[in-house]
Design a protein around this ligand. Structure first.
Ligand code: NAD
Length: 266
């Protein structure tokens, strides 16, 4: 299927590894030029080089090593040489998740950090780009959130709270006047995917339930109807579809990619 987005410009957050990398890769494979953002320059540069080699120089790929949750970081993205300024056609918001823990230990600072990264940063990116998208008659925003928005996980309280705020905002903004101008905003909700993120949260959860990481890994995978964790490649493919011309009539949706873990009918 031709997704009809070759030649467009995408901004992808957290693109050096994991789910953001999967999205950047899937879009580049569709002929989309991608500005890839991550904090660590070394891993990011390697990711950009790998993708450049894989796509044979057919698309423009630009790495920006900044903290996307800061105003200075976002300014650097809008001003990156060779990039499209704020004229993106596709924006995939993603900034790494808050740490797991016990809600009794989180102070105001911890909450503000989580809200900044997982609610206010996506909102700032949306604010900066959607009206320009609407003026050109095409735009796709995909926010990488979490299945925890639908089925909260106790130790991920910072994530449950901050992402629910973003989800409420998107429900309204996606249905505003931009909807009739070719701009869609959807959330893509990962369940359990085999990335560094899950590798960092598993030890905390394992300790909490008195299991080893390996035991918990096996238990979790057995509980997923698909029988395994997901991989960034299949996540990227769903993201690319949501960014495609074919997904023009889908907006304001929370799309779960969780191997069937969420057991609700709706
Ligand atoms: P990951 O740790 O594998 O990758 C995170 C990426 O984000 C890296 O490229 C990192 O450099 C970048 N990043 C982090 N903070 C950043 C910042 N402030 N500015 C710029 N870049 C930043 O994580 P992942 O598994 O790909 O997860 C992506 C998102 O999905 C996270 O928000 C995570 O909480 C959420 N999520 C993941 C899973 C899972 O199973 N992997 C499940 C639910 C939700």
């Amino acid at each position: 299927m031709d997704l009809g987005i070759a030649g467009k410009w995408a901004l992808v957050g957290g693109a050096s590894k994991g789910l953001g990398w999967g999205c950047a890769r899937a879009l580049a494979q569709e002929g989309v030029n991608v500005v890839m953002v991550a904090r660590g320059g070394e891993v990011l540069n390697k990711a950009v080089d790998d993708l450049r080699a894989e796509t044979g120089g057919k698309v423009q790929l630009i790495g920006v090593a900044v903290d996307i949750t800061t105003e200075a970081g976002r300014e650097a993205i809008w001003n990156v040489p060779g990039g499209p300024g704020k004229d993106y056609d596709i924006v995939v918001t993603n900034a790494g998740g808050p740490p797991p823990g016990d809600f009794r230990d989180w102070n105001r600072e911890a909450w503000i950090k989580a809200i900044d990264a997982n609610m206010l940063t996506p909102i700032e990116l949306i604010k900066a780009t959607v009206d320009r998208m609407a003026a050109r008659g095409f735009g796709r925003i995909v926010n990488i959130t979490s299945s925890a928005v639908k089925a909260p996980i106790d130790v991920l309280g910072l994530s449950n709270g901050a992402r629910s705020g973003l989800t409420g905002f998107v429900a309204g903004a996606s249905r505003s006047a931009i909807a009739a101008k070719g701009v869609t905003i959807n959330n893509l909700l990962p369940g359990k995917f085999d990335t560094d993120r899950i590798r960092s949260t598993l030890p905390v959860m394992a300790q909490k339930v008195g299991k080893t990481v390996e035991e918990l890994r096996a238990i979790q995978q057995a509980q997923i109807p698909a029988g395994r964790y997901g991989n960034p490649q299949e996540f990227g493919a769903i993201c690319a579809f949501l960014c495609s011309q074919h997904a023009a009539y889908m907006t304001g949706q929370n799309v779960l990619a969780d191997g069937g873990s969420y057991a609700g009918t709706f």
